[in-house]
Design a protein around this ligand. Structure first.
Ligand code: DOR
Length: 420
């Protein structure tokens, strides 16, 4: 057998050393070396499956000053993420098959990693049309208002969840309760969108959902919310690694929805690690200039796609979590939830990988690839990949980014239409 690419002498997550032979974007053989067109020496690196970040806002269009598909997916690849799923709260929001197709065209032209685009969930949206046109999943569905998204009332939400259930799609939910005046500090923001309110909103949405709906709760920020959830649970690196006490009270760079909690709540979230299905970044960049606004009016959202896996790999190196749990939560579980072929080490698996060195470094925003140029994770321990393979091709090699053909991952509505 002749392979396109051979990853030589890499360490698999089990600790075993092997050569991985890839052809046509698929794993052909894991074991001893075979002849290949190209070879990468993986000695000294741990090979992880590429991550599927199922919650990113790639911006673009009229918001291209914040981020675009090229810079956002470059940032993803440099952080070991080989598939990103874009949220539909763009300007304008994705509510029709035409808007979805236009968004997919923008992605196809610019993306340097695999991608999917979700359908917006609002009463006037053509959910069935977008599902057939290839939406990967539905939402984030705003059960509370957030940046570029209006909160939906209970009856509207109930009706929309029933429509998603009838289509057989995954409903992804942004659950919060919002009250009070415009917050002036991080603590105010935490009080205005409290953890207890998030847990209540989770319970409320679970109660509105028809039995059998595939429900996925996005970016839960407290242990109580995780325990209250039904379906699958996602958390973010910022709620795991950052608390509001780590920032000056008025620092807008730590403003996002749901808000950062206090240190005690952050630590409690780790106690739910086993129950958490997915870690996703909620990469939602705003420009440095926008974040200079007074806290009351500064936009919510932070970049994070590039630092997600590096933070988790550092936590593995420090003995806090297992490598197996990181692979499940960043790659295998999100792929299974969305119906994306799994990246792994068996013949037939998708050949998306990232090779990580053993040295832990510190996050330095000036070295990251997102357009906004800042990171709330500055100075935290991280392990960045040095080689990233996307669809069997070398996408990122020791800091050098290569052009690759980025695959699209549509949802089951598109796939079943094709099989009709
Ligand atoms: O902080 C956030 N920013 N939370 C969201 O739900 C939306 C996001 C954005 O798009 O900026």
């Amino acid at each position: 057998m002749n392979a396109d690419l051979l990853l030589r002498n890499v360490q698999l997550p089990t600790g075993r050393r092997a050569d991985i032979a890839v052809a046509g974007g698929i794993v052909r053989h894991v074991g001893a070396a075979v002849r290949a067109e190209e070879t990468i020496d993986g000695t000294g690196y741990t090979c992880l499956p590429g991550a599927v970040d199922m919650h990113v806002h790639m911006r673009g269009g009229v918001q291209a000053e914040k981020e675009d598909w090229r810079t956002g997916t470059t940032s993803a690849v440099a952080g070991g993420v080989t598939v990103v799923i874009d949220q539909p709260n763009t300007v304008p929001p994705i509510t029709t098959p035409e808007l979805l197709r236009a968004r997919l065209c923008e992605a196809k032209e610019q993306a340097v990693c695999g991608f999917g685009v979700n359908a917006g969930v609002v009463p006037e949206a053509d959910l069935a049309g977008m599902w057939e046109a290839g939406a990967t999943a539905f939402g984030e569905t705003f059960a509370a208002p957030s940046s570029y998204g209006e909160g939906l009332d209970e009856e509207t939400l109930r009706g929309l969840l029933a429509r998603i259930h009838a289509l057989g799609g995954v409903a992804t939910i942004h659950a919060e309760e919002v009250g009070g005046r415009a917050p002036a500090t991080l603590a105010d923001h935490d009080r205005a969108r409290p953890g207890e309110g998030e847990a209540r909103a989770v319970q409320k949405v679970a109660g509105l959902a028809p039995a059998g709906l595939r429900l996925h709760f996005c970016h839960l920020s407290t242990a109580a919310s995780v325990r209250a959830a039904r379906g699958t649970v996602e958390v973010t690196p910022h709620h795991l690694f950052l608390s509001r006490e780590m920032f000056d009270p008025g620092d807008t760079h730590a403003r996002m929805n749901p808000p950062l909690r206090d240190e005690k709540t952050r630590r409690e979230l780790w106690s739910c690690w086993e129950r958490i299905d997915v870690v996703a970044s909620d990469h939602a960049p705003h420009t440095a200039r926008e974040k200079e606004a007074p806290f009351e009016t500064a936009p919510s959202g932070i970049p994070g796609v590039e630092t997600m896996v590096p933070l988790l790999v550092a936590a593995v190196q420090e003995g806090r979590i297992t490598l197996a749990s990181v692979i499940e939560k960043t790659s295998w579980n999100p792929a299974a939830i969305l119906g994306i072929p799994r990246a792994g080490f068996e013949p037939g698996d998708r050949a998306d990988y990232a090779l990580y060195p053993s040295e832990v470094t510190r996050i330095d925003a000036s070295l990251l690839h997102a357009k906004c140029g800042w990171s709330p994770f500055e100075g935290l321990d991280a392990v960045f990949p040095e080689v990233v393979i996307v669809g069997g091709a070398q996408a990122y090699v020791h800091g050098d980014l290569r052009e690759i053909h980025a695959a699209w991952y549509p949802g089951r509505g598109y796939l079943s239409r094709e099989n009709k």
